[in-house]
Design a binder for this molecule. Sequence first.
Ligand code: PEP
Ligand code: MN
Length: 359
Amino acid sequence: MTIDSLHSWLVLHNQPLLISGPCGAESLEQLQKTATGLATNSHKISLFRSGVWKPRTRPNAFEGKGEEALIWLKEIKKEFGFKTTVEVANAQHAELALKHNVDVLWIGARTTVNPFSVQEIADVLKGTNIPVMIKNPIHADVQLWLGAIERISNAGITKLAAIHRGFYVYGKTKYRNKPLWQAAIELRTLLPNLPIICDPSHISGNRDLILPVSQKAIDLGMDGLMIESHYNPDIALSDAQQQLTPKALDELISKIIIRKGDASSLQHSDKLSELRNAIDEIDDELINLLKKRLLVIEQIGEYKKEHHIAIFQLERWQQILKTRAQLGDKLGISRQHVEKICQLLHEESIRLQNTVMNK
Ligand code: PEP
Ligand code: MN
């Protein structure tokens, strides 16, 4: 896959790259007021974002102004010199965005999940090489994210970026969309040259979480941030709780700590390689211990088979969870971490016993 660097299609004013603008384009005046604020900020934006077709979960919510808003965005480009970006969800959107000279397109989470829609958009974009940013699908399926990127790449687009906007999970969490950072790290591992931009607004769903989420994204080496802004968020027609005023955005960006240290630079390399060696040794021990554990589990499987004992024993599992969590507490290891590891160990234990029993 050919992937051009961000520099080849964007002016990068600050570190990190910043994309901002309202969730949805509501009126020319709203866009102008927001753009005026952004233009006076000390942290300059590289792209002015705005949804003109809003994918709403329920009907009767603000669904965007469509083509009319694309004309307003042209006005913003002329007045403020900002490059613009909008979300496209089908072939018609893509055609209209091209017709109205939108600079960069993005594919939303609800579209990335649908290979038909992504392919439809890709077909329209063939021969243009317009930059495209692909948001992660709503659920944490990295292959589906990758597939959407491949479809756009196969259409000949080389100006590509991914946007990490978090994942829907059932039940209440403090996030609107859980970040599940590991998914973004997995994408980075699969496509090391692909820029990844974090969208803390849609991860957070409220203003309070935007700073910690942005900081984390930067600490994980993400290439930029897309944060929604509105000159008066409280009256926004969509995503009111998560939008920031341009001024609040500027203050927030000032608070982000950029840790620039290059791990390969001289002053770090000795200390870091010493610590990495220590980690290598510990991991070695861990894997050897895992093997030991699996050998015992095999024997348990044989025993249970012989004595007709069911594999899953609720009481034993509860006892494992409790005692391991207690030990973790004593050692100052997060309970969540211990529980997750126990669950993984248990899953594998059940799988292995199942193989033994049915051998
Ligand atoms: C948006 O960026 O306003 C949007 C609709 O995002 P997502 O596709 O992440 O829900
Ligand atoms: Mn939004």
